[in-house]
Design a protein around this ligand. Structure first.
Ligand code: AMP
Ligand code: MN
Ligand code: MN
Length: 324
């Protein structure tokens, strides 16, 4: 395994970034690494460590140093080491892609099966529930403080849907257990970051469920939200977290699809599978990525074209028992 700590020791300036539309794993991993490096590798303050994320959703802002996150790329910066987190391909880094590309050394820590190995060195574990689980392995347990443990725990909780998705392994539970032993308040984190919704978030969830449709004998459930409705209710992408999870648990459904219109005739596609269908293959075909049972991509065209294209692929996998 490539030694990330050797690279960290050598670097005087370190940049860290996660993917666009940062989720709980991405923010948790970013702040876990930022805090871990600052606490253990920069006591004398001689290194510069910068963490870039497009934004920090309100629910995650309690994490230590969430207010240190940089949301705009320092254009003039050239880092000795740039570490990409939870991002399966370089374009997922958004504005930070340019900083990554001109860094002297690059490293990627990730858990996506579709990772394109775009960094010079990487640690990618597709069996891990989350990037936070991969980081927990890379970190020296003795050096993990309570604030770092909180960041890691949040990421694991988020990507496993509170330990219920099939990416939750014995190892995941052991890792989470070790973090609990450091004093993490599990129920506060789980309620505060996963279950608690604002009134608006609940309203929009209700609307998306109400407007969902079933196709292919109820094996596929689809819901969408237009740009107009998002603007009207002033909802951010992170306000829609949870819609796809609720769609997936509809009885009889094999695949759930949620389409969020990002621009005219441009949809952010989220897909979840309950077993038979490998949605990562469909996402990769349309230029995205993800995991076998949770994947996403961006598609252009009318809502009906997008739905038709996706359902054709899913139907093919369902009828042939294999991916197209
Ligand atoms: P989401 O449906 O956005 O929650 O994403 C499900 C999984 O697929 C996550 O692990 C994402 O990182 C991944 N994913 C979503 N969209 C993309 C994309 N456009 N490219 C690559 N991976 C993606
Ligand atoms: Mn993520
Ligand atoms: Mn993740």
């Amino acid at each position: 395994m490539a030694d990330i700590w050797e690279e960290v020791r050598l670097a005087k300036t370190i940049g860290i970034a996660g993917h666009i539309h940062p989720d709980g794993d991405c923010v948790g991993a970013g702040l876990a690494l930022y805090n871990y490096l600052t606490e253990n590798y920069n006591q004398d303050g001689k290194k510069t460590v910068d963490l870039y994320l497009e934004c920090v959703p309100e629910a995650f802002s309690f994490l230590k140093n969430a207010d240190h996150v940089l949301t705009k790329a320092k254009e003039e910066a050239q880092y000795d080491l740039f570490i990409a987190l939870d991002s399966s391909s370089i374009d997922r880094l958004g504005e930070s892609e340019a900083l990554f590309s001109k860094a002297k050394m690059t490293y990627c820590v990730d858990h996506h099966i579709t990772n394109t190995h775009y960094a010079k060195k990487d640690t990618v574990d597709a069996n891990a529930s989350s990037t936070c689980e991969v980081l927990s392995d890379l970190f020296d347990f003795e050096k993990i403080s309570l604030p770092v443990a909180e960041c890691l725990y949040l990421g694991i909780v988020y990507d496993t849907g509170v330990f219920k998705h099939c990416n939750t392994t014995e190892k995941t539970m052991q890792t989470a257990g070790k973090l609990l032993s450091l004093g993490v308040n599990a129920s506060d984190i789980i309620d505060g970051t996963f279950y608690q919704k604002t009134y608006l978030q609940n309203q929009i969830l209700g609307r998306c469920l109400m407007e969902s449709i079933l196709v292919l004998d109820g094996k596929i459930i689809i819901s969408s939200i237009s740009k107009k409705i998002q603007d009207f209710y002033e909802v951010k992408p992170s306000d829609l977290d949870g819609v796809i999870d609720q769609l997936r648990v509809t009885k009889g459904v094999e695949v759930a699809i949620f389409l969020r219109e990002e621009a005219v005739q441009e949809y952010k596609v989220s897909m979840r599978s309950n077993g038979i269908v490998d949605v990562s293959k469909i996402a990769v075909f349309f230029g995205g990525g993800g995991h076998v049972k949770a994947a996403g991509c961006t598609m252009r065209g009318s809502l009906y074209d997008v739905i038709n294209n996706l359902t054709l692929w899913i139907e093919h996998q369902l009828t042939n028992g294999e991916s197209k």
